[in-house]
Design a protein around this ligand. Structure first.
Ligand code: MSP
Length: 641
């Protein structure tokens, strides 16, 4: 029998920052969906991976002082390790530096160019020559480069453009005719009102100002600019445009692209327009989920270190973390990650509700029946009727919720059954029944029903919590059941021999855990703040290219309406003018007579109309600034080495 296919993707993650609980969130949600669809009998393909081109990745490698490829390899391992730690069971981990990806991107670019959908034009922006980077109006500071502080100027760069505007009407029609294409609905309205209705501009899809990208094969001065490269990974990973495109033909179009809310636009406008231009079918759905925040701030690479998924998994297990992330926040909205909420859920939902149901069921079967339960035909009372009603209704409630990726509500429904089963125990009072020999058969029925609920629960929680079901089955000593079995009450064998094991989720001392988590996270934040970014190693020859001399400040004045001081510095017999941005820390009077260290062979530049012939060295820690000087009397012009 041919299975229906289901293709789900996460975005490919930038290799510029380490994985964190925010990136884990997106992967876990996709994994839950992939596991659910597998359980429902689909042939599933689950894609994730890393987005490896572009300046950000190259700069991250430079900052670490390793080669770009070494950096990307290291990051791929970190992302794969993170997936493993949180039980994200992907089928393909795609890397955009993969030869197959690069070839496919070049073919896409060429095909669109040949069709006239990509054309050559000019990209205009504010350019910083030393940094070789374009900036937008909003990025520059007072006409200066946000990075090096030097003046930027308007520049045009030759670039290729994709004719997005041509697809505007077709995109709008597609979105309106396919109500499930963009989910949740709020994101769909955003795309229509903020982007489609005002009109789409053509999109710049190549650059000549940086090199770390896939070259345009028919014009190798250009590299493909990020989005065409990154977005097409979803098709390329299946062999699109290659000889071996069986998987593409089998699994495309994607059923779900799972993406964070900030990249919905790229996935619902740019990617579909590219696919339309290529004559390929569009993905069936793009789901834009919210962000995990911490104290209101998006968890990101700089801050994510503090909420380290590995640390949480080591302490509480991946099932607890996955349960919390999927249960606590409405998927689609932002959610604030709070340690206290995590610990409370572990104790209340996992230790008390689920853990307790298993341990008391197995414990009572051991206590009252020596671990061997044999159930006979006994008529149901109102308690059994009520319990079975709720359990039988559950699959029908959660299936549509899962299909809409309403994870939190799904878990709510499942936990309603777990809580109902605990209530059933309190209603039937096995500890009273056990005192009356005539009630023994009914007691066995009660315990059997509890085991049966646990069997069903072990199936429906499996997409969320991949490890716990096996532990439940082990203690009840039953085999693995499939999804359809949850719709029939009474499939657990009528004779079982249980075996008590460890608590599924040991109860936590919340105050103690909170204190420990806070201490760990605080120390990680401090470490991150204290970390000195290490520049790449240089040789002694490179260092000795710098000419450092002792200079004496012989005159100094403040430059009006700036933070700059203009100093006249005597270096041996020569006097030079040097402009420094230090007026917040030194007055001209304080500067006079100081012996400072000067870089004398720095290329002169003009700052606010004044020539600056060198640089005065200073130490700064973000709060204060101190000039570097000499420890004793020495003539100006002395060499520093
Ligand atoms: N490389 C691009 C995507 C290209 S897809 C063709 C990118 N990478 S990313 O690493 O910045 O983000 C990848 C995904 O992680 C995004 O969907 C983003 O929303 C998600 N998350 C990153 N931080 C997150 C949170 N704090 N919370 C939830 N998701 C987060 O964008």
């Amino acid at each position: 029998m041919k299975l229906e296919t289901f293709y789900i993707t996460t975005p490919i993650y930038y290799s510029s920052g380490r994985p964190h609980v925010g990136t884990a969130y997106c992967s876990i949600a996709s994994d839950v969906m992939a596991r659910y669809k597998k359980a429902r009998g689909f042939e599933v393909k689950f894609l994730t991976g890393n987005d490896e081109f572009g300046q950000k990745n190259e700069e991250a490698a430079k900052e670490r002082g390793v080669s770009t490829m070494q950096h990307l390899d290291d990051m791929a391992v970190l992302f794969q390790d993170m997936a493993k730690a949180v039980d994200v069971d992907y089928d393909i981990f795609w890397r955009t530096t993969d030869e197959r990806h690069q070839r496919a991107v070049q073919t896409i670019f060429r095909t669109l160019h040949d069709k006239g959908d990509i054309y050559k034009g000019h990209y205009e922006g504010l350019y910083c020559t030393p940094c070789e980077t374009f900036y937008t109006d909003g990025q520059v500071n007072d006409g200066n480069c946000p990075d090096c502080g030097r003046a930027v100027h308007k520049m045009q760069e030759e670039a290729y453009f994709f004719r997005m505007s041509k697809y505007q009407d077709a995109l709008l029609a597609h979105i309106e005719e396919n109500p499930d294409f963009i989910m949740p609905v709020s994101r769909k309205n955003e795309m229509i009102n903020n982007f489609l209705k005002p009109g789409l501009d053509d999109l710049c899809v190549s650059r000549t100002s940086f090199k770390w990208g896939i070259p345009v094969d028919f014009d190798p001065d250009h590299v493909v600019y990020v989005w065409v490269d990154a977005l097409s990974n979803y098709a390329n990973a299946l062999g699109f445009l290659s000889k071996n495109d069986e998987e593409y033909r089998k699994f495309w179009p994607a059923d779900i692209h799972m993406v964070g809310k900030e990249i919905v636009r790229f996935h619902t406008l740019i990617w579909p327009a590219i696919l339309m231009a290529l004559g390929e079918p569009l993905p069936k759905q793009v789901f834009g989920h919210g962000w995990l925040t911490s104290e209101g701030r998006k968890v990101s690479k700089s801050f994510g270190n503090a909420i380290d998924p590995h640390m949480l998994v080591d302490r509480y297990g991946s099932d607890a973390l996955r349960y919390f992330l999927m249960r606590e926040f409405t998927f689609g909205n932002d959610g604030d990650f709070r340690n206290e909420a995590l610990l409370t859920r572990i104790n209340a939902d996992l230790a008390n509700d689920l853990g307790n149901l298993l341990s008391r069921t197995v414990g009572m079967i051991e206590k009252y029946f020596g671990g061997e339960l044999v159930v006979k035909d006994v008529p149901d009372t109102e308690f059994e009727t009520a319990l079975k009603e709720l359990v039988s209704a559950m699959p029908g409630k959660i299936e549509p919720l899962m299909d809409r990726m309403n994870f939190s509500e799904t878990l709510n429904e499942i936990w309603a059954v777990i809580r109902r089963a605990n209530k059933y125990t309190d209603e039937t009072q096995p500890w009273v029944l056990c005192k009356d020999a005539e009630k023994s058969d009914y007691l066995a029925l009660v315990l059997y029903n509890l085991a049966e609920v646990l069997r069903i629960i072990s199936v429906v929680i499996a997409p969320f919590m991949p490890k716990t079901p096996a532990e439940i089955r082990k203690q009840l000593n039953i085999e693995k059941y499939d999804w359809e079995s949850t719709k029939i009450f009474g499939l657990t064998p009528r004779e079982i021999k249980v075996q008590k094991g460890a608590a599924l989720f040991p109860r936590l001392d919340i105050q103690k855990e909170l204190a420990e988590l806070t201490a760990i996270q605080q120390s990680k934040i401090e470490q991150a703040e204290a970390a000195v970014p290490q520049k790449p190693e240089i040789t002694i020859d490179e260092f000795s290219k710098m000419d450092l001399k002792v200079g004496e400040i012989v005159a100094c004045e403040a430059m009006k309406k700036t933070k700059l001081l203009k100093s006249q510095v005597r270096i041996g017999t020569e006097v030079r003018q040097i402009v420094s941005g230090i007026s917040a820390f030194y007055t001209p009077e304080q500067m006079l007579g100081k012996k400072v260290i000067v870089v004398t062979n720095l290329k002169p530049i003009k700052l606010r109309g004044e020539i600056s012939q060198g640089m005065i060295l200073a130490a700064a820690d973000g709060t204060t600034l101190n000039l570097l000087t000499v420890d004793g009397e020495i003539e100006s012009g002395a060499t520093v080495s």
